[in-house]
Write a protein that binds this ligand. Structure first.
Ligand code: CA2
Length: 149
Protein backbone atom coordinates (compact mmCIF):
# COMPACT_ATOMS: atom_id res chain seq x y z
CA UNK A 1 0.00 0.00 0.00
CA UNK A 2 1.48 3.42 -0.94
CA UNK A 3 1.74 5.93 1.88
CA UNK A 4 -0.69 8.84 1.57
CA UNK A 5 0.37 12.49 1.67
CA UNK A 6 -2.20 15.25 2.16
CA UNK A 7 -1.57 18.34 0.00
CA UNK A 8 -3.58 21.16 1.55
CA UNK A 9 -4.19 24.61 0.08
CA UNK A 10 -5.60 27.66 1.82
CA UNK A 11 -7.78 30.62 0.86
CA UNK A 12 -7.91 32.09 -2.64
CA UNK A 13 -5.60 29.47 -4.15
CA UNK A 14 -8.63 28.34 -6.19
CA UNK A 15 -7.91 31.53 -8.19
CA UNK A 16 -4.47 30.31 -9.23
CA UNK A 17 -3.83 30.95 -12.92
CA UNK A 18 -6.89 33.21 -13.14
CA UNK A 19 -5.65 36.38 -11.38
CA UNK A 20 -2.26 37.99 -10.56
CA UNK A 21 -0.14 35.80 -12.89
CA UNK A 22 2.79 38.18 -12.32
CA UNK A 23 2.96 36.86 -8.73
CA UNK A 24 1.53 33.34 -8.90
CA UNK A 25 2.07 32.29 -12.54
CA UNK A 26 -0.30 30.97 -15.20
CA UNK A 27 -0.89 27.44 -13.99
CA UNK A 28 -4.18 26.61 -12.30
CA UNK A 29 -4.68 24.63 -9.11
CA UNK A 30 -5.94 21.75 -11.29
CA UNK A 31 -2.58 21.86 -13.13
CA UNK A 32 -0.77 21.75 -9.78
CA UNK A 33 -2.87 18.78 -8.67
CA UNK A 34 -2.04 16.93 -11.92
CA UNK A 35 1.69 17.63 -11.42
CA UNK A 36 1.47 16.40 -7.82
CA UNK A 37 -0.36 13.22 -8.87
CA UNK A 38 2.34 12.44 -11.46
CA UNK A 39 5.18 13.14 -9.01
CA UNK A 40 3.49 11.09 -6.29
CA UNK A 41 3.11 8.13 -8.66
CA UNK A 42 6.78 8.21 -9.66
CA UNK A 43 7.74 8.29 -5.98
CA UNK A 44 5.37 5.51 -4.91
CA UNK A 45 3.07 7.79 -2.92
CA UNK A 46 -0.67 8.44 -2.96
CA UNK A 47 -1.97 11.98 -2.46
CA UNK A 48 -5.16 13.64 -1.29
CA UNK A 49 -5.22 17.15 -2.75
CA UNK A 50 -7.56 19.75 -1.20
CA UNK A 51 -8.23 23.50 -1.23
CA UNK A 52 -10.52 25.47 1.04
CA UNK A 53 -11.23 29.09 1.84
CA UNK A 54 -12.38 28.06 5.34
CA UNK A 55 -9.95 27.72 8.24
CA UNK A 56 -12.07 25.07 10.01
CA UNK A 57 -12.04 22.87 6.90
CA UNK A 58 -8.22 22.92 6.73
CA UNK A 59 -8.08 22.06 10.45
CA UNK A 60 -10.54 19.17 9.91
CA UNK A 61 -8.37 17.81 7.06
CA UNK A 62 -5.28 17.98 9.32
CA UNK A 63 -7.22 16.01 11.96
CA UNK A 64 -8.22 13.47 9.29
CA UNK A 65 -4.56 13.22 8.26
CA UNK A 66 -3.73 12.06 11.82
CA UNK A 67 -5.58 8.83 11.02
CA UNK A 68 -4.90 8.35 7.31
CA UNK A 69 -1.79 10.21 6.14
CA UNK A 70 1.95 9.74 6.58
CA UNK A 71 2.82 13.37 5.78
CA UNK A 72 1.33 16.79 5.07
CA UNK A 73 2.34 19.37 2.46
CA UNK A 74 0.56 22.64 3.12
CA UNK A 75 0.30 26.02 1.48
CA UNK A 76 -1.81 27.76 4.11
CA UNK A 77 -1.94 30.94 1.97
CA UNK A 78 -2.95 33.95 4.10
CA UNK A 79 -3.61 31.68 7.13
CA UNK A 80 0.19 31.22 7.21
CA UNK A 81 0.49 34.62 8.79
CA UNK A 82 -2.54 34.54 11.10
CA UNK A 83 -3.55 31.06 12.21
CA UNK A 84 -2.51 29.73 15.59
CA UNK A 85 -5.37 27.22 15.13
CA UNK A 86 -3.71 25.64 12.07
CA UNK A 87 -0.38 25.57 13.93
CA UNK A 88 -2.07 23.80 16.87
CA UNK A 89 -3.64 21.24 14.52
CA UNK A 90 -0.29 20.58 12.82
CA UNK A 91 1.36 20.17 16.22
CA UNK A 92 -1.06 17.29 16.86
CA UNK A 93 0.08 15.53 13.64
CA UNK A 94 3.00 13.17 14.07
CA UNK A 95 4.47 12.84 10.55
CA UNK A 96 6.55 15.24 8.47
CA UNK A 97 5.05 18.62 7.55
CA UNK A 98 6.38 20.65 4.62
CA UNK A 99 5.27 24.25 4.00
CA UNK A 100 5.05 25.59 0.44
CA UNK A 101 4.68 29.14 -0.84
CA UNK A 102 4.50 29.83 -4.54
CA UNK A 103 5.86 33.35 -4.19
CA UNK A 104 8.96 34.42 -2.30
CA UNK A 105 7.17 35.73 0.77
CA UNK A 106 10.43 37.27 2.06
CA UNK A 107 10.57 39.58 -0.96
CA UNK A 108 7.04 40.84 -0.26
CA UNK A 109 5.28 42.85 2.49
CA UNK A 110 6.66 42.55 6.02
CA UNK A 111 3.45 40.88 7.27
CA UNK A 112 4.20 37.91 4.97
CA UNK A 113 7.63 37.36 6.56
CA UNK A 114 6.24 35.66 9.65
CA UNK A 115 4.71 32.18 9.47
CA UNK A 116 3.01 30.43 12.39
CA UNK A 117 3.16 27.21 10.37
CA UNK A 118 6.96 27.41 10.12
CA UNK A 119 7.11 26.80 13.87
CA UNK A 120 5.99 23.22 13.05
CA UNK A 121 7.19 22.69 9.47
CA UNK A 122 10.12 20.35 8.89
CA UNK A 123 10.96 22.30 5.73
CA UNK A 124 9.81 25.40 3.87
CA UNK A 125 9.87 26.16 0.14
CA UNK A 126 9.12 29.70 -1.06
CA UNK A 127 9.57 31.44 -4.37
CA UNK A 128 9.94 28.38 -6.61
CA UNK A 129 6.55 28.97 -8.23
CA UNK A 130 4.22 25.99 -8.38
CA UNK A 131 7.29 23.76 -8.85
CA UNK A 132 7.61 24.07 -5.06
CA UNK A 133 4.81 21.52 -4.68
CA UNK A 134 6.55 18.78 -6.65
CA UNK A 135 9.89 19.56 -4.99
CA UNK A 136 8.17 19.22 -1.62
CA UNK A 137 6.68 15.88 -2.68
CA UNK A 138 10.10 14.57 -3.68
CA UNK A 139 11.48 15.64 -0.30
CA UNK A 140 8.47 14.06 1.43
CA UNK A 141 9.16 10.77 -0.38
CA UNK A 142 12.75 10.82 0.94
CA UNK A 143 11.61 11.67 4.48
CA UNK A 144 9.00 8.89 4.49
CA UNK A 145 11.42 6.34 2.98
CA UNK A 146 13.72 7.02 5.94
CA UNK A 147 10.96 6.16 8.45
CA UNK A 148 9.60 2.73 9.41
CA UNK A 149 6.07 1.50 8.67
O1 CA2 B 1 3.02 32.53 -2.14
C1 CA2 B 1 2.15 31.82 -1.66
O2 CA2 B 1 1.94 30.66 -2.00
C2 CA2 B 1 1.20 32.42 -0.60
O3 CA2 B 1 0.93 31.40 0.36
C3 CA2 B 1 -0.06 32.80 -1.34
C4 CA2 B 1 -1.07 33.53 -0.47
C5 CA2 B 1 -0.43 34.67 0.30
O4 CA2 B 1 -1.37 35.22 1.21
C6 CA2 B 1 0.80 34.21 1.07
O5 CA2 B 1 1.37 35.33 1.71
C7 CA2 B 1 1.81 33.60 0.13
C8 CA2 B 1 -2.21 34.08 -1.32
C9 CA2 B 1 -2.92 33.05 -2.13
C10 CA2 B 1 -3.83 33.75 -3.08
O6 CA2 B 1 -3.70 33.12 -4.33
C11 CA2 B 1 -4.12 33.78 -5.43
C12 CA2 B 1 -3.79 33.22 -6.63
C13 CA2 B 1 -4.16 33.85 -7.77
C14 CA2 B 1 -4.89 35.02 -7.73
C15 CA2 B 1 -5.23 35.57 -6.52
C16 CA2 B 1 -4.84 34.94 -5.36
Amino acid sequence: MPKTVFVLNGPNLNLLGKRQPEIYGHETLADVEAQCLATAKVNGLAIRFHQSNAEFQIIDWIHEARETAAGIIINPAAFTHTSVAILDALNAFEGPVLEVHISNVHKREAFRHHSYVSLRADGVIAGFGVQGYTLALQRMADLLAATQG
